[in-house]
Design a protein around this ligand. Structure first.
Ligand SMILES: [Cu+2]
Length: 156
């Protein structure tokens, strides 16, 4: 019995050490922020951005859009050249902002900062920018990134 007890204590120490090594403070804070972020509904205007694929190429129209805090954007697929989605570039975003943008994708989320795909004409992705700080947000369409399907949203 005594030996078994020691083995359990040793096992707990190994797990405890691994836990400390595996979780850096930054990762821990990001996890907390992700858990704290909840979808913040649109409180202002809902803008429309078309997701287009045609003989001229793949693009968001307009590719540059300035909105106010609390506004939302409805990304609507035009034509049949999909699939399209909206994926934010997180490289310059702070962890809490990434978490809020991801939360604001709601049930349309495919991955962090990335929406699900639209497959047919009229399919739409509506994203709230409530609780998103003023700044510039670059995004792209994952399937058509290599073909230059990108956009910029400025939140005032
Ligand atoms: Cu696309």
């Amino acid at each position: 019995m005594q030996f078994k007890g020691l083995a359990l204590v040793a096992g707990a120490l190994v797990l405890g050490t691994y836990g400390l090594v595996g979780a850096t403070p930054a990762a821990a804070r990001a996890t907390v922020a992700a858990q704290a972020a909840k979808l913040a509904p649109i409180t202002g205007k809902t803008w429309e951005v078309k997701m287009v694929g045609d003989a001229k190429g793949y693009r968001f129209e307009p590719a540059n859009l300035t909105i106010k805090a609390g506004d939302g954007i409805k990304f609507v697929m035009v034509g049949s050249q999909g699939p399209h989605n909206v994926a934010f570039d997180g490289a310059k975003l702070a962890a809490p902002v990434k978490a809020q943008l991801t939360a604001n994708l709601g049930t349309q989320k495919l991955a962090d900062l990335m929406s699900a795909m639209t497959l047919k004409e009229g399919d739409a992705i509506t994203i709230s920018f409530a609780k998103i700080p003023a700044g510039t947000y670059t995004y792209n369409c994952t399937p058509h990134l290599a073909m230059g399907m990108k956009g910029v949203i400025t939140v005032q």
